[in-house]
Every structure is written in structure tokens, then in C-alpha cells.
Design a protein around this ligand. Structure first.
Ligand SMILES: N[C@@H](CCC(=O)N[C@@H](CS)C(=O)NCC(=O)O)C(=O)O
Length: 220
């Protein structure tokens, strides 16, 4: 069995999968998408053309090509259950998935909508204002959905904890670039610090921060 992980250090979605791979202690080969994501060369391997992607070879049933970070993370947890990243029982699992998907469907797209606003030329001040206010609202929504104890979905670290630190890192740097500040709701501060201090998170976030800073440096 061999895991090939298509990734770029700047990608917050790829960071979320890398966190799961590291927490599971799985060996993998990390590769950038050949000719960039969306390229014909990459689509020949990963038809969806997006990163992250995981190609699993050496399986009896044949090669498995997966995209969608949450799908990949759930696959990793089912295929390598130790340590578990989904709690036992339908109720706790549904809660965990709800918190994880809130990131993908509600929080992250709001900050992603600001990618095109990083360069000052042609910046739409009203759109920036609107998206920043919406991002703050969505963070407050997340804080209303959970009281970390100490992790987002309860006593153990789960798939719900993985998407947020990379996106908060990206959002913090983007907001700083816009002369603003990321204000985390008070109920999430201790959880966030705990995640940042976790040995599996630090190296992934360091690489992502360097790549994000280099990208933003081109937007002046
Ligand atoms: N819903 C996808 C989103 C992944 C995503 O947006 N990846 C970006 C890079 S961070 C990408 O591949 N963009 C290329 C494209 O949209 O063509 C996931 O969870 O994996």
C-alpha cells in the first residue's frame, strides 16, 4: 500500500488532510500537482483537478483516487482507525461531522472570496467590508455551536479540529494584509492555542504560513 498525497504548502484544504496523515502516523509521498492544479497533466491523474488529492496504490481492488478533503479524512479514519478521529456512536459522530462541514460550507468560502482582493489595484472596499463582517459572523456561529471540552467535538481531538487552524492562519494573514485583525470569539481562544501547540499541527502550519506570506508579498 502506498499513499501519494497531491498538495501545495499554501493550501489550507491540503493542510487539513496532512494533519490527518500525521495524526495517523501514516507514511506518504507529498507531491505538487504536475503543471499546477487544474492542468491537463494533473487531471490525467486526478480528474477533478483539485488539491488535496490522495492516490492509494497497492490495493487488491485497484488504485483509489480521492479528492475532497473531508472525504479523504473520513477514508483515512476508516482505513486506519487508530488513533480514531471520529468518536464512537452515531450522535457524537454526527456532531463531529457537522462541525467539520461547517468549515467547508459556511466559514472557509467567505474568506476565499477575498483572494482576488489581496492586490490593492482594483480592490472593492465594499466587498472586503462585507466579507470581513460575514467572516466574523460565521466565527461567532461556530462559537455558538460548540463549547470546546477541550476539543471542538469533545474530549478527544477529532476531524472537527483539523480544518480550522489552517483556515484561521490564512485568514489572519489575509486580514493583516488588509490592515485588519482576526478576532477569534473568546470561547474559541483556548482551543485554538491548544491546537497550535499540538506537535502534529506546528510543522504543517509553519510551512503554510511561509507559503501564504510569500503569496501575499506578491500582492502589493
Ligand atoms: N472542497 C474541496 C476544496 C479544495 C480546493 O478548493 N482546493 C483548491 C486549492 S486550495 C483548488 O484545488 N483549486 C483549484 C480549482 O478550483 O480549480 C476540498 O475540500 O478539498
Amino acid at each position: 500500500m502506498r499513499l501519494t498525497f497531491y498538495t501545495l504548502p499554501i493550501s489550507n484544504y491540503a493542510a487539513k488532510v496532512e494533519l490527518a496523515l500525521r495524526l495517523k502516523g501514516l507514511p506518504y509521498e507529498a507531491l505538487p500537482p504536475p503543471d499546477g492544479y487544474g492542468s491537463p497533466a494533473y487531471k490525467a491523474i486526478v480528474p477533478a483537478g483539485t488539491i488535496p488529492a490522495l492516490v492509494v496504490t497497492g490495493l487488491e481492488a485497484g488504485e483509489l483516487v480521492l479528492t475532497e478533503s473531508e472525504v479523504i479524512n473520513e477514508y483515512l479514519d476508516e482505513a486506519w482507525p487508530d488513533p480514531p478521529l471520529l468518536p464512537g456512536g452515531p450522535r457524537a459522530r454526527a456532531r463531529t461531522r457537522q462541525l467539520a462541514r461547517f468549515h467547508d460550507s459556511r466559514l472557509e468560502p467567505v474568506i476565499r472570496a477575498l483572494f482576488a482582493q489581496m492586490a490593492p489595484a482594483g480592490r472593492d472596499a465594499a466587498l472586503v467590508e462585507r466579507q470581513c463582517a460575514l467572516f466574523a459572523t460565521r466565527l461567532a456561529d461556530l462559537a455558538s455551536m460548540t463549547t470546546p471540552q477541550p476539543w471542538l467535538a469533545g474530549p478527544s481531538l477529532t476531524l472537527a479540529d483539523l480544518p480550522y487552524p489552517p483556515t484561521l492562519l490564512m485568514a489572519g494573514l489575509m486580514l493583516e494584509h488588509l490592515g485588519r485583525k482576526l478576532d477569534l470569539p473568546p470561547g474559541l481562544v483556548a482551543w485554538h492555542e491548544r491546537a497550535l501547540a499540538h506537535p502534529s499541527f506546528a510543522p504543517v502550519l509553519e510551512a503554510q504560513a511561509a507559503a501564504t506570506r510569500a503569496w501575499l508579498a506578491t500582492k502589493v
